[in-house]
Design a binder for this molecule. Sequence first.
Ligand SMILES: Nc1nc2c(c(=O)[nH]1)N[C@H]1C(S)=C(S)[C@@H](COP(=O)(O)OP(=O)(O)OC[C@H]3O[C@@H](n4cnc5c(=O)[nH]c(N)nc54)[C@H](O)[C@@H]3O)O[C@H]1N2
Ligand SMILES: Nc1nc2c(c(=O)[nH]1)N[C@H]1C(S)=C(S)[C@@H](COP(=O)(O)OP(=O)(O)OC[C@H]3O[C@@H](n4cnc5c(=O)[nH]c(N)nc54)[C@H](O)[C@@H]3O)O[C@H]1N2
Ligand code: SF4
Ligand SMILES: [Mo]
Length: 909
Amino acid sequence: MNAPVPGPIGLTGPIVHPAGLIGHPPVRTTCPYCGVGCGVLATPDGQGGAAIAGDPEHPANFGRLCSKGAALGETLGLETRLLHPLARNDNGVLERVGWDTALDRIARTLAATIDRHGPESVAFYLSGQLLTEDYYAANKLAKGFLGTANVDTNSRLCMASSVAGHKRAFGSDTVPGVYEDLDEADLVVLVGSNAAWCHPVLFRRIEAARARRGTRLVVIDPRRTATGDEADLFLPVNAGKDTIIFSGLLVWLAENGALDEAYIARHTSGFDVALATARQLAPSLASAAAQAGVSVEALTAFYRLFAQTPRVVTCYSQGVNQSAQGTDKVGAIINCHLATGRIGRVGSGPFSLTGQPNAMGGREVGGLANQLAAHMDFSPANIDRVRRFWQAPRLAEREGLKAVEMFDAIAGGRIKALWVMGTNPAVSLPKADRVREALRQLDFLVISDNVAANDTIGCNPHLLLPALAWGEKDGTVTNSERCISRQRAFLPPPGEAKADWWAITEVARRLGHEAAFGWEGAADIFREHAALSAFENAGTRDFDLTGLTDLDPPSYDTLPPTQWPRPDRGAEAATRFFAEGRFYTPDGRARFIAPEPPQVHEACSKSHNLLLNTGRIRDQWHTMTRSGLSPRLGAHLPVPFAELNADDAAGLGILDGSLVRVESVHGSVVVEARLCPGQRPGTVFVPIHWSEATSSAGRVGGVIAGTADPYSGQPELKATPVAIERVDLPYRGFILSRDSMETPRSGWWARARIGEVIADLIADERPPHEWLREGMGEAGPNAVHLVDRSAGRYRLADFDAAGRVRLIAFIERSGRRLDWTGPLAWFDTPPCDASRRGCILSGRADNAAAGGVIVCACHSVAQPQIEALMESHPGLTVAGLGTRLKAGTNCGSCIPELRRLLAGQPVAT
Ligand SMILES: Nc1nc2c(c(=O)[nH]1)N[C@H]1C(S)=C(S)[C@@H](COP(=O)(O)OP(=O)(O)OC[C@H]3O[C@@H](n4cnc5c(=O)[nH]c(N)nc54)[C@H](O)[C@@H]3O)O[C@H]1N2
Ligand SMILES: Nc1nc2c(c(=O)[nH]1)N[C@H]1C(S)=C(S)[C@@H](COP(=O)(O)OP(=O)(O)OC[C@H]3O[C@@H](n4cnc5c(=O)[nH]c(N)nc54)[C@H](O)[C@@H]3O)O[C@H]1N2
Ligand code: SF4
Ligand SMILES: [Mo]
């Protein structure tokens, strides 16, 4: 038998929190996934779980949740959790130690490393999934008391170009608008955002505005996504060419009398240079269209719509930020809003959609290596101010290394000690194979995490610290619209897990900084954070929480969602920025930006002539350490894949369902091909969610080049030159098992959880009889087999004593994936007697309507059910599907896919 596989989709039975809080009323908290920051009501069930509902009073979601938020109750089990500090002993084995031992060792080692190699030999790599209080504590310890600004975060991979873009244009990292603008806009432009899948509750707000006031939706993305499908106008931009589209728009606005001359004159600088540059980049409509790869008609339609619609919000996300020219893209977008004065007014403005639940909080505390704290940078005045406020003995006086540089410095031996907190860089950083090597090379690696195993934890840490997870941790997060919400605990801490801020504080105290780290709880840290934002501020800095500086613990506990700025106690602040100018630049004017010509396709070579785009799928979160635990979320897209255009595929002999190798000069993945009309020729899309814990070769970070943007240091994650080839492993198949079983693995595999079933997709060189039987041990006495060696076919079904299916394996000589939907449906059938067991081996479901891809995760509605209804009800609508099958009636995240099905198109682009 193979050893149980660690990681998100584990194999042990359920382990739950200690009972507690029985009969407790619902606890108001915030969803731990995306930056929409939805309010959640969690009602503990007293058995370690909780019922989850949307908080009707939260201003981000007014009670709505998407499929991920709605499934949070399924992710509270402890089976994959890290519950005790672990230390690596002399034999390289992790063994349990007490917190005191662990914390003493960190303090001792950091001090010794700094003594020997200087403060910059120590680094922290943090996460937008930490609470603001954790983030503040880490930043204060490192930058103020250890003297190293080598503190960066996974937000470098996520928001850094927006931060740099804001600072270049506004002089500060300010998001000017609020969510209400999406309700009030007449035009919403989504650039590089798959909001239908990644910010679903905001997308529902946009859809509601479309229904209510006829808001138009334009989507700009090289890939026709579920979001693009919903658009009134879809612009399939060539990768990286957004700057051209928005430069062309600036020219159009100037030539068609759509400028707000008064706003430009009164509140901005640099317009003439920006316009001249835009004219160079987009000398004519035809040129802009050709460079961007869209038709002149479509581009003109977009420009007209923009010019004629005063209320326009341009939302952008990773198709803009994760780009070697991301900061310029942000600048080109902001230029068009400044030029029309459409900023900070109801229903208009540029709007960066943040990714992680606390991406914004991280920016507020200075989680990035080039920020100090409270939106201050490393200018001499700010260094002096923060030093005095913290009474810091060795404040870092220059910017630290940004994520990619930081890992280069680790590889080069300049950084000796690293503390990773709340992120999985061995998966998520570009050149991830090099990152793993670098991590293994460290003299001292500490990892604070919720889980006992992930790819980063596989890189030989010296210490592992168990952190409180969502539902246990307590503090604040800030969402995309600057709204600070409490995340509150509703479960008791399991094992010896502790808050991240507590571990940092304890290390600081051991280093002799008791007074500066004297906090008793999260409320104390928040109050200090607010006080720093207020310190010598007087309106000079956007981030201002003066009104929250005297929150005592009880008022912190009951703090309602609160938007910043809060310059006054009591008084409600204005919620938008910049309608009347007053930017945070030295002259108070916004700066127009003159972008560089984007160079993306130039990176391709003869041997690597396709561009690899990466991103997210609807129902998984990042490396699946939490969302992978949910039975219903796994069913949506269970297999790691590469989306290809059919013409590209045909040229390479690739069929839908073939295995393909996607390879760059840095590394490769082997995943399943999906041919997809929404994919531009010359491009491939691979999702980011698979790691070594869930697949043998699906970790796409190893392929990514990650060329950094010159201003933000954010790596390009959307356009890596790659080559593709078909991988012919003659035997393909799957092993489905009840989730408490171990299954054998073969050459290539990927693992998913589909309902109560663990699905291992398999491909191998060798015929199954050579490895399968051996790997499985003795099949039970009830097993049925079908072995046809000449046809290369092997099928097996095994049953427990009561006749319930416990395992089904189908392996065959086949160039494509075997359909598992029929066999999967047998797991839901009642125990079957010996006479019917052989039927399973036919591959058909017991009940023809069962099985199939789950489209609606909330109500478990599968594609065949929908298709059956479509047949019996011609003219069926989304509403009709809702009435009859409940599909799409809860979170609505699947509505774009329902529409596709009703239009006779394949689901899930
Ligand atoms: N389901 C789900 N939701 C999530 C997350 C998750 O893991 N799963 N993660 C959260 C986080 S941290 C983040 S950062 C956000 C990300 O949210 P999004 O940015 O919406 O998601 P991505 O899939 O990374 O990329 C968005 C789109 O950018 C497009 N794109 C690629 N290159 C270009 C280009 O050159 N120009 C343009 N215009 N578009 C381009 C891609 O094709 C893709 O459709 O999602 C958050 N929400
Ligand atoms: N190719 C490519 N790469 C990408 C992206 C892409 O689009 N393409 N997107 C990038 C983006 S935008 C992002 S945000 C990153 C995300 O990438 P990661 O941050 O690496 O992904 P996660 O799976 O969210 O990892 C979070 C880890 O922190 C743990 N954790 C969660 N909460 C806490 C906590 O409170 N305390 C502690 N100590 N641990 C906690 C979880 O168990 C998990 O192991 O990926 C980036 N990488
Ligand atoms: S949109 Fe979904 S994932 Fe994002 S915060 Fe809301 S419920 Fe959570
Ligand atoms: Mo992100």
